[in-house]
Design a protein. Structure first.
Length: 340
């Protein structure tokens, strides 16, 4: 695969006013989503729900790509059309989650490392044949007493860098996702510190592993207060601290950065993204790669019932449009209220 193709794919992922919809939940994670609406976690229900997300008319105006799970990239619509083919026909790029999940890191209590490198070269070839244009690997970094350790950060970024190299070898754009979790009682300044160290270490390792930064997309957390912190930072501070951290740690060579929502509500994630794009001069596009923040309202509206499909799609498209505007700094509360 030529460098020009990889560069074009990376640029298209963060095209103006567009972002990525993450629908790559594992079978266990989607069960939690379905439990919230009282829906059985069967393969057909998972297929029907992903059908809703993949075939939504008009989403190509705001969505550049969708990250799929292994099961999902092999599934098809109720009419028998493969999901990846539907996406490509709309100008949306199929992506694929390739890590095998986070496991306990030996001799590092409370910390995890993502697995899945074994056999990845061969899997990437198969995913490319199924239509995948980009891939994603998530690493989890935990904040706590004396955490994270340098050993944990280094183990995770080494795996991310090896994954990224294999992706580029296969002609697939790697999305590297180091997620600093927001579950603890840490301040926003502590999140800034840990995120900066993690990103600096990541890019050093990417260079060591000869990964082409110009063909790599960064997916990362916003700099926020921990969920249990007594003082929660507002939108303006989240935007300021996140932009500060990224400018200190992320090379300008990266073609774009997309954020994970990390437990933020759909509204919070949209407002925070908008504040960054509206208020700062940035060396790279800042966009979104949200899962729950885009899906949650639509999932509730659907409720697993065919008669609710049209309303669920309307709700989903509204959330996608709001984030497309936020990626340009053009989102407003008035636009938010337009969906009655």
């Amino acid at each position: 695969m030529s460098a020009q193709v990889l560069a074009a794919t990376a640029a298209a992922m963060v095209a103006k006013g567009k972002g990525v919809l993450a629908i790559d939940e594992s079978t266990g994670t989607i069960k939690k989503r379905f439990d919230s609406i009282g829906l059985d976690n069967t393969e057909e229900n998972r297929r029907a729900y992903r059908d809703l997300l993949v075939t939504n008319p008009g989403d190509q105006n705001y969505i550049s790509g969708m990250i799929l799970f292994d099961e999902t990239i092999k599934q098809a619509t109720s009419a028998g059309v493969p999901f990846s083919k539907v996406l490509i026909s709309k100008g949306i790029m199929p992506g694929i989650k390739v890590d095998a999940g986070s496991k306990e890191l030996a001799r590092h209590p409370g910390e995890q490392v993502s697995e899945g490198l074994d056999g990845l070269r061969e899997r990437l070839v198969k995913y490319r044949e199924l239509g995948a244009k980009f891939a994603k690997w998530r690493a989890v970094i935990t904040i706590g007493p004396n955490l994270p350790s340098s050993g944990c950060i280094e183990a995770n970024v080494h795996a991310l860098a090896r994954y990224a190299g294999l992706c580029q070898e296969a002609g697939i754009v790697p999305m590297v996702e180091p997620e600093v979790l927001m579950d603890a009682d840490n301040t926003i300044d502590r999140c800034h510190e840990v995120t900066e160290v993690t990103l600096r270490t990541l890019f050093n390792e990417l260079v060591r592993q000869r990964v082409t930064l110009e063909h790599t997309i960064l997916k990362t957390n916003m700099v926020v207060s921990g969920k249990l912190c007594a003082t929660q930072a507002g939108t303006a501070e989240v935007a300021e601290k996140t932009v500060s951290c990224l400018k200190r740690a992320v090379p300008a060579a990266i073609p774009g950065i997309v954020f994970l929502s990390g437990g933020q509500s759909g509204l919070e994630a949209t407002r925070n993204l908008n504040a960054m794009n509206a208020g700062y001069d940035l060396p790279w596009p800042l966009s979104f790669s949200y899962g729950r923040a885009l899906q949650a309202d639509a999932l509730r509206a659907w409720g697993g019932k065919a008669e609710n499909l049209a309303r669920a799609r309307q709700v989903l498209l509204h959330r996608e449009r709001c984030n497309g505007l936020a990626a340009m700094g053009e989102y407003t509360d008035t636009i938010e209220r337009e969906l009655a």
